[in-house]
Structure formats: structure tokens, C-alpha cells
Ligand binder design. Structure first.
Ligand SMILES: [Fe+2]
Ligand SMILES: [Fe+2]
Length: 366
């Protein structure tokens, strides 16, 4: 995923240097500065005011860019007629119990294809750990890499932002590739798709929302932008070929990738709860308005911890969905997650959030 040259370069990245990969903002956002329903409103000036009015809480401990220099990298465009553009796929929402029930899980590889997919994901995790500048003391128990979340030393907020922005920029690719290829397959073979395309598109839309939320907290620097560009160039083409050759293995690969995502966000939640991340552990830290709007986060439930609970639950859905899709007949089976079940078989309908290892074909198709 990352070139040798880049690997060598990021190999020596320390937590301090990680901050330099992005202009990191961990200062709380002012909701007043947001244009409700339109996302975050621009604003050098608002950032400067926030900086002046709350000198202690808005001082960034590790940024290389002063708050006054911050800019909104994707400001909402004001047009004469349009009031707001709501999401094409409104988020379905979760209960608190569903979000708290999410836990890291690992589906043991059963076939050669599973094993291949798993090994590729391990390689990607190794490269990401390098890119994030994770030291030995920041590693979890590598014998249980997707379920162990305790490390000697926490990551810094800057390291977390670099990691999640890079991860989310990659995570939004496979759903689009899968949807595109299934769409084209349906057109050229004159066959129906049975509900897979929409779920895959919704998945990549959701991943892009994760990315947009985190880029409200940090603006990637030129080096990170180059890494994202290079990684996307390689990853898109790899996914394209892989999905053409074996959609089954590709869905398994994504299932394993999402195991990593659930693991990453569970560790982040733990570090927030432990108070290891001074800004994000503070319940007064205000998350970007775009997140509040997208997940329709209730008043009083808008801390950084709440935000990560939503993001983690989304990753758990991707994990359950992709492991399940990998278990199905790729050509004929309907997508069980959007299907209506016959009377008496309703209990067979899968619940993606709760089953980390996915459903077997017999359980959901019969
Ligand atoms: Fe994500
Ligand atoms: Fe995901």
C-alpha cells in the first residue's frame, strides 16, 4: 500500500513527528460557528475569536500550525436558492445498548482465500502502524492483534488523527469498487443484483462521512496528502482486480479490515475513558457539527467518546456485513440485510452490529 521510499521515511516517524503530518486541531469547536444543517461554516475569524477568548483550552499542545491559520478545508457553499443538502443515505441510528455491545472480534480463517485475505490485512496493519509512528511500547499484544487493546503507552491525539484520517481515506474505497462492478455486471449480463449495490454504496458513503468528520479536526499536511494519494492509487486498482477475480475473498478482506477498524476505535475509546487523551477525555470538548447532524446525536450525548461510539458501531456493521456477504453465493443470493423475510422466518434476518464474525449462509439464506 505504501511505497518502499515512503515506508523508509515514515519508519522513523515519532509521535511528535506524527503531528507534523497534519495540522492538528484538538481545540473544541464552537457550535455557534456552525451553520445548522449546512455543516461547519468557514472561518479563520471564528477560529481566531475562539483562540483569543479561551486561551487555555484552545491552545494546541502539539500542532505545528497556530489556530489563527486554521481554515475550513471544505466550507459549505452558500447559493441563492438552496437551504441545505441532506444526506442521500440518512444514518439509521443505533440504540445505546447496540453501541456499547460492540466488541473486537476475529473470524478465524477457514479457507485458503480467508487466509490470504487475513495476511494482506496484517500487512496493511503493519504498514499503518509504521505510518502512525507507533513505538514498540505503544503496540498491543501482537499474538491477539485484533482483540487486545491494552498497550504500555497510549497514542497521542496527533497520532490518533493521523491514523484515523489515513484509515478512513482507504476504507471508503472497497464499497465503491464492489458497487461499481456489481452494477456493471448487472448491466452487461442483464441480471438483477438482489440488493447488494445499495448496501455497498451506503458503506462507502458512511466511511467518507467518517473521513470528513475527522478532517474537521485536522488538516492533512502535504506529506500525508501524498501518502493518501499514493495509497488510493494503489488500493483502488488492487480492489478492482481483486473484486473481478474473487468477490468472495475481497469481502472477506474487507471483513478483516473492519475487524481492525473496530479494534482501533475500541482502543481509542479505552484511552479516552482512561483520561490518556487530555482534550478528548474532557466532556466539554465539542465535536464538529457535521457529526452531530449526520448521526443526529442527542443533546447531552455529544462528547468525543459518544462520537467514537457511533463510528465504532458503523465499523462493526461493515465487519458483520462483509463477513456475511463473503459467505454467500456471490451471483444468486439476495442481500439478507435489506431483505424482507417470510412469515415465520423473521428471526433469521441478520443483525450486522451484533455478529462480528458474520452469519453463515445457512443461517440467513436457508
Ligand atoms: Fe470508518
Ligand atoms: Fe469501516
Amino acid at each position: 500500500m505504501i511505497s518502499l521510499e515512503a515506508s523508509k521515511r515514515i519508519c522513523s516517524t515519532s509521535p511528535k513527528q506524527a503531528a507534523k503530518l497534519a495540522r492538528v486541531v484538538v481545540a473544541p469547536f464552537h457550535h455557534q460557528a456552525h451553520n445548522l444543517g449546512l455543516g461547519y461554516t468557514p472561518t479563520l475569524e471564528a477560529a481566531a475569536i475562539a483562540h483569543r477568548s479561551r486561551p487555555s483550552s484552545s491552545t494546541r499542545s502539539f500542532s505545528t500550525t497556530s489556530t489563527k491559520q486554521l481554515r475550513d478545508i471544505f466550507p459549505a457553499k452558500d447559493t441563492p436558492f438552496i437551504r441545505k443538502t441532506p444526506p442521500a443515505w440518512p444514518h439509521p441510528g443505533y440504540t445505546e445498548e447496540e453501541m456499547l455491545a460492540v466488541a473486537p472480534a476475529h473470524r478465524p480463517p477457514k479457507t485458503v482465500g480467508d487466509w490470504l485475505a487475513w495476511k494482506f490485512v496484517r500487512l496493511a496493519r503493519w504498514a499503518t502502524d509504521l505510518a502512525t509512528g507507533i513505538g514498540r511500547d505503544q503496540q498491543v499484544d501482537m499474538k491477539n492483534p485484533t482483540t487486545a487493546v491494552v498497550a504500555q503507552k497510549p497514542l497521542s491525539e496527533a497520532q490518533w488523527l493521523v491514523r484515523v484520517i489515513f484509515l478512513e481515506s482507504i476504507a471508503g474505497v472497497p464499497g465503491m469498487v464492489g458497487a461499481m462492478l456489481r452494477h456493471l455486471h448487472s448491466l452487461r449480463r442483464l441480471k438483477r443484483d438482489n440488493g447488494w449495490i445499495e448496501t455497498l454504496l451506503e458503506e462507502c458513503y458512511n466511511e467518507r462521512m467518517h473521513l470528513l468528520v475527522f478532517t474537521k479536526m485536522a488538516e492533512p499536511g502535504w506529506f500525508m496528502k501524498t501518502m493518501i494519494l499514493g495509497a488510493q492509487g494503489v488500493f483502488f486498482n488492487a480492489m478492482f482486480l481483486s473484486y473481478l477475480i474473487s468477490p468472495k475473498i475481497t469481502h472477506r478482506f474487507v471483513g478483516y479490515l473492519e475487524e481492525e477498524a473496530v479494534h482501533t476505535y475500541t482502543r481509542l475509546l479505552k484511552e479516552i475513558e482512561n483520561g490518556d487523551l487530555p482534550k478528548w477525555s474532557n466532556p466539554d470538548f465539542q465535536i464538529p457539527e457535521i457529526a452531530v447532524t449526520y448521526w443526529r446525536m442527542p443533546e447531552g450525548k455529544r462528547t468525543m467518546k459518544d462520537l467514537i461510539l457511533y463510528v465504532r458501531a458503523d465499523e462493526a456493521v461493515h465487519r458483520g456485513v462483509n463477513h456475511t456477504l463473503s459467505n454467500l453465493n456471490q451471483v444468486e443470493d439476495p442481500n439478507p440485510f435489506v431483505s424482507e423475510y417470510k412469515t415465520g422466518s423473521e428471526q433469521q434476518k441478520p443483525h450486522a452490529v451484533l455478529k462480528g464474525t458474520g452469519y453463515e449462509r445457512e443461517e440467513v439464506i436457508g
